[in-house]
Write a protein that binds this ligand. Structure first.
Ligand SMILES: Cc1ncc(COP(=O)(O)O)c(C=O)c1O
Length: 319
């Protein structure tokens, strides 16, 4: 749902962003020939603010989102705000909307930064003006099942990204063509690599991990999958807990032998996968209270909410 305020900062082509401002949340005006409307010149980010028991607000690794937006902006031919500008804007929008940050344990404030070619451009080229905008919304669980296990469907018809494309950045153009797994009773789609249709890539809005005995594996980020902040954090937490974590190419057949599968992302945090359907065959995985995904979820959420010591230095307190 909409909150009270949004943040907007503009910049001309070949210039730097200066002085953003907070305004009441509302519609924005764009030329019909804005770069983002005609050529999809746009990126988005997503991060959360949690309310601590003590009342303070915590952001989780906002520098990682800032750096990912910078990296994506380069690929999409756009100027990006600096890491400091990004973090400062995220803090401002969180404080401005602080009455919308849910109480501890009830949810979080989801913060959505956008970067777009807002200037008019008819010939195919980068836009002459850019807009960095942030809005926010209070959220509970992402999937309607809540913490119930996800049921995924392997899409062997459509690809999400190809080598040399833009799958590794959070461009808006990666998200419209998701297949309609939800309409078919699945929670989401699991994509395979476009070249061989053999290796696991990611789910439409989260990364995937397999657990076999004491080894955790996740597809390596080679430009076609998004380098998730949650993925990176879970790899570090798992290694710290003594697990071996491998980032590598994972053939889809390995799903047959996995003990456990889980997804990671800002929205889902760590979500257990109960089943995956591939070529009409359904494979099931353990999702009980002793599952590793539960332990990793509890550790990550504990850090994000400020109830477990943040020895990694990931959280940023505001107010
Ligand atoms: C395609 C895709 N993969 C993975 C992720 C997970 O990334 P993060 O953990 O940074 O939210 C997201 C969400 O941002 C995504 O859209």
């Amino acid at each position: 749902m909409p909150t009270d305020y949004m943040y907007v900062m503009k910049c001309s082509e070949n210039d730097r962003y200066k002085e953003g401002k907070i305004s009441r949340y509302g519609n924005i005006e764009l030329s019909p020939s804005a770069g983002v409307l005609n050529y999809g010149q746009g990126l988005f980010e997503g991060l959360k603010a949690y309310r601590k028991e003590s009342g303070g607000l915590l952001l989780f690794r906002p520098d990682q989102n800032a750096m990912r937006m910078k990296f994506g902006a380069e690929r999409m031919c756009m100027p990006a705000p600096s890491v400091d500008q990004f973090i400062d804007a995220v803090k401002q929008i969180t404080v401005a909307n602080k009455r919308w940050v849910p109480p501890p344990g009830k949810g979080s404030l989801y913060i959505r930064p956008l970067l777009m070619g807002s200037g008019p451009i008819l010939g195919l080229a980068p836009a002459p003006e850019y807009m960095f905008l942030i809005y926010a919304s209070p959220v509970r669980n992402y999937f309607k099942e809540g913490s119930a296990p996800l049921n995924l469907y392997v899409d062997d018809e459509y690809d999400r990204a190809s080598r040399g494309g833009a799958g590794g950045v959070k461009t808006i153009t990666n998200y419209a063509p998701v297949s309609n797994a939800k309409g078919r009773g699945f929670s989401d789609v699991l994509y395979l690599d476009s070249m061989n249709k053999k290796y696991l890539e990611e789910v439409s809005s989260c990364n995937i991990f397999l657990v076999k005995d004491k080894v955790i594996s996740t597809p390596a980020t080679n430009g076609t999958i998004l380098s998730g902040v949650t993925r990176k954090s879970i790899i570090e937490i798992a290694r710290d807990l003594g697990y071996q974590v491998e980032e590598r190419a994972i053939p889809v057949e390995e799903l047959m032998y996995a003990d456990e599968v889980f997804c990671t992302g800002t929205a889902v945090v760590v979500a257990p996968v109960g089943s995956i359907t591939y070529k009409d065959k359904k494979v099931e995985f353990r999702t009980d209270a002793e599952a590793l995904s539960r332990k990793l979820y509890n550790t990550l959420v504990g850090i994000q909410m400020g109830v477990i010591e943040d020895k990694f230095g990931w959280t940023v307190e505001i107010e």
